[in-house]
Design a binder for this molecule. Structure first.
Ligand SMILES: C[S@@+](CC[C@H](N)C(=O)[O-])C[C@H]1O[C@@H](n2cnc3c(N)ncnc32)[C@H](O)[C@@H]1O
Length: 392
């Protein structure tokens, strides 16, 4: 395995999350060669991919670049893709899915391009081995990604399979949950390391609290699931995988973090959080309360507080929400002196908090233009400064 050449590995992420993904990848010792809005690239081997799919908290997929083609239509896609050595990576008795993003004038339906590429791959394997892999949309074994934009058609093997951000613990998603990878990035930005208390009022399905508990005890998210795209490729080596899993397990420690407190006004949300935390194996590390955010019991030692309020999609919600955000600002100012507070909300509602943020970071959560706002609530210092709404 050590003899294998280093290949381009692209880690994809939610739009805008790449600065945090890059930080995470660098903290694992890799050199980021390029970065854009939806991902970062490094060079690495299969063993690196194994480490990345197990440990990354902010990524969607780990893709291994397999080829760049320049077809001018679907027939040329078939011809040129047939020239790539698929039989060296995909087992003849495997199962193949093709997914794509296509922006090319000659292709009206991306499903048609997917079928052409799938045919090229299975026909090639049939020619070499006398047998073709099964294929279909399941996406749970060998997955090939196609990004066809204008003249360039880039093909990659998906080493992760299902999105890495779908950890599997959120069996009860609740309303408007935060994506797990975004929750991890928010916690990274807050500098959370488990040494000071963490309070998550408005916890919803518990994502932030659960991600925090995983991070604070060195539990890597990849150990929560068993299936990854790379396990279905010919280059997969069981022994190396076992070593990587063992190394990942050793990162876990059982020193309890400082208190993690999660609360919500909705009793069902509290129950969902609790159950999701059980599935993630961290329920013993989180204290749950059913209450208004302003009544969340705070530990004597201040730490980090993160609020993820609702954005509202129905007409008429906005006024009520503005009042809630105004109340949040008052609460932070009057009851949270000494705390490092963060509010994650839509750009439109960010100004309703009525406090001057010391930092603001753009995020996109499920298509919503969001902001993470930072408020340093120094003890004994005036923190209030009302800004015009929606200016942040
Ligand atoms: C956007 S969701 C939070 C989603 C959460 N981060 C997750 O990943 O599931 C907002 C939550 O705020 C709660 N909420 C609304 N008003 C509240 C209040 N006054 N006090 C406490 N929680 C409240 C809602 O019940 C909802 O669960």
């Amino acid at each position: 395995m050590g003899q294998e050449p280093a290949r381009i590995l692209r880690m994809t992420c939610a739009p805008g999350l790449s600065p945090w993904l890059a930080r995470e990848v660098e903290s694992l010792g890799y050199v980021v060669e390029s970065k854009d809005h939806t991902g970062v690239e490094i060079r690495g081997q299969m063993v690196d991919a194994m480490r990345l799919v197990l440990r990354l908290r902010t990524a969607f997929h780990v893709l291994q670049r397999f080829g760049d083609l320049y077809p001018s239509n679907a027939d040329e896609l078939y011809e040129t893709a047939s020239g790539l050595p698929w039989e060296r990576v995909i087992p003849a008795d495997g199962y193949l899915s093709v997914v794509s993003t296509v922006r090319n004038d000659t292709i009206r339906n991306s499903m048609f391009a997917n079928v052409k590429l799938k045919d090229a791959i299975v026909d090639r394997i049939q020619r070499v081995h006398g047998r073709r892999p099964d294929s279909g949309p399941k996406g749970d074994r060998c997955v090939v990604h196609m990004f066809w934009k204008d003249a360039n058609c880039r093909l990659a093997l998906d080493l992760s399979g299902r999105k890495l951000s779908d950890r599997g613990y959120r069996r009860m998603p609740g309303k408007a949950p935060m994506r797990e990878s975004i929750a991890a990035a928010v916690l990274m930005e807050s500098g959370y390391d488990g040494t000071l208390p963490l309070v998550i009022p408005m916890c919803g399905s518990g994502t932030l609290a659960i991600e925090a508990a995983l991070m604070a005890t060195g539990r890597v998210p990849g150990l929560l699931r068993s299936n990854f795209g790379l396990k279905h490729l010919l280059a997969f080596d069981e022994e190396t995988w076992g070593q990587e899993r063992l190394a990942a397990k050793k990162l876990r420690h059982d020193r309890p973090p400082a208190p993690i407190i999660a609360s919500d006004l909705d009793e069902q949300a509290v129950e969902a959080s609790r159950r999701n935390a059980v599935t993630a194996g961290v329920d013993h590390l989180i204290e749950f309360h059913h209450c208004d955010f302003a009544d969340t019991p705070l530990p004597d030692t201040p730490g980090t507080m993160i609020l993820h309020g609702e954005y509202g999609e129905r007409l008429g919600d906005e006024q009520t929400l503005k009042q809630t955000y105004g109340r949040m600002g008052d609460y932070l100012k009057q009851q949270c002196a000494g705390w490092d507070a963060w509010v994650f909300t839509s750009r439109a509602l960010a100004g309703s908090i009525g406090l001057k943020a010391t930092g603001r970071f753009p995020f996109e959560n499920s298509g919503n233009d969001c902001r993470l706002l930072h408020f340093e609530l120094y003890e004994g210092k005036r923190v209030s400064e009302t800004l015009p709404e929606a200016t942040q």
